[in-house]
Write a protein that binds this ligand. Structure first.
Ligand code: PLP
Length: 388
């Protein structure tokens, strides 16, 4: 390519998630926040951690927030707080990031895979009911359901909560992708018994490393979680009253998140505008469906390709034109070698398998311009017309 040709400059590869654009906006404040941490020297559980916990709880309307090292640990800590282990069944969607099931297996419990709703990609309540029966038949104790808010949209907690209540299960929201979203006017963080989230850099609210948090209304459980994240500490750090983890959020990351939280509501509004515009201009694909009572934070903008289309061919054509695309997730967990032995909804997980075969995520971040969106839409339309 000729670099002096303005045409080739216009076709420079796009960012899938442009964290540099965000950094440009807040660089001075981030630098000041980091300098403040260095000046105080309290690198572990410094004052910024408690300040962030308070600010996050307030943002989403939860009572308690306990920060921890990452979103996977957040799930492990919840499983530990509920004493879940060998012989216990924990119901998880098959169409999710592996961490949801990994945390369960890591505690020695059994993940039981549930299918999704075809429109929202979130856990289906009828499938959950069948999976509970299957777990009992397999001799497991049903204990917990971990719903996932895939791509940034909350699962249907009202319906899932009714099934959980009926069966005596603890309801957990894996909100690694959805912090900042709402359902029925309530914030993610206040929709389940526990909500876990992640501050991995690419999540809607991300730090500059690993980070996570847990939300709950239960003060006793919040205290247990604070103990568990600090080696099971008791009244002081050298009294150990339970077996815990080393899973604290770094003060540096808390300070960075406090700056990012300041612009988060504005970024969520921008994501919504961008998602609406994508919905208007994309052709030849099924665009995302958000339940009428919900809002999404659009962690991903994920379309479904027609069945007749070869996804790899589309991805290659888009990639050549500088438009990155990603498949979240190509293999449902019940088909993963490390998880295939676990029980599933006996009716099968056909909707998870179909989604895994046909979804495609497009560039999405709060700094996407209308011009770039038009380029994405035109590139995708052109790619779809290519012979498979
Ligand atoms: C990112 C993610 C996690 C794990 O978060 P980490 O902070 O990377 O450990 C868990 N569940 C889902 C659905 C995720 O997207």
């Amino acid at each position: 390519m000729d670099a002096s040709n303005p045409q080739s400059e216009a076709l420079a590869p796009l960012a899938f998630n442009d964290l540099a654009a965000q950094q440009d906006r807040i660089k001075d404040r981030i630098d000041a926040a980091i300098a403040d941490v260095l000046a105080r020297g309290q690198y572990i559980l410094g004052p910024q951690v408690a300040e962030l916990e308070g600010a996050l709880a307030k943002f989403c309307g939860a009572t308690h927030c306990v920060a921890c090292a990452n979103g996977t640990d957040a799930l492990s800590l919840v499983l530990m707080a509920e004493d879940i282990g060998a012989g216990d069944a924990v119901f998880v969607p098959s169409f999710t990031f592996v961490a949801t099931a990994e945390a369960v297996s890591g505690r020695g419990a059994t993940p039981v895979f549930v299918d999704i709703d075809a429109a929202t990609y979130n856990m289906d309540d009828a499938s959950l009911g069948r999976a509970i029966d299957a777990a009992k038949t397999a001799g497991l104790r049903p204990r917990m359901v971990i719903a996932v808010d895939l791509y940034g949209q909350p699962a249907d907690y009202e319906t899932l909560g009714a099934v959980a209540l009926e069966n005596g299960l603890t309801l957990v929201a894996d909100a690694a992708q959805s912090f900042g979203a709402t359902m029925g006017g309530k914030g993610v963080g206040a929709l389940a018994d526990y909500t876990t989230t992640s501050f991995f850099p690419a999540k809607p609210l991300g730090c500059y490393g690993d980070g996570g948090a847990i939300f709950t209304e239960d003060g006793t459980k919040a205290d247990i979680l604070r103990s568990l994240r600090f080696h099971g500490k008791g009244r002081h750090k050298y009294e150990n009253v339970r077996v815990g983890l080393n899973s604290r959020l770094d003060t540096l990351q808390a300070a960075i998140l406090l700056v990012k939280l300041d612009i988060f509501a504005d970024e969520i509004a921008a994501r919504q505008e961008i998602a609406t515009r994508y919905g208007e201009i994309l052709r030849g694909v099924e665009t995302p469906v958000v339940a009428p009572s919900a809002t999404s934070v659009w962690a991903q903008y994920t379309v479904r390709l027609p069945e007749s289309i070869d996804r790899e061919t589309v991805q290659t054509a888009c990639g050549k034109a500088g438009v990155p695309t990603v498949v979240y997730y190509p293999i449902p967990l019940h088909q993963q070698p490390a998880y295939a032995q676990h029980p599933c909804d006996p009716a099968g997980l056909g909707r998870s398998e179909e989604a895994a075969a046909r979804v495609l995520s497009l560039p999405m971040h709060p700094y996407l311009t209308p011009e770039i969106q038009t380029r994405v839409a035109q590139t995708l339309a052109a790619a779809l017309q290519e012979p498979a």
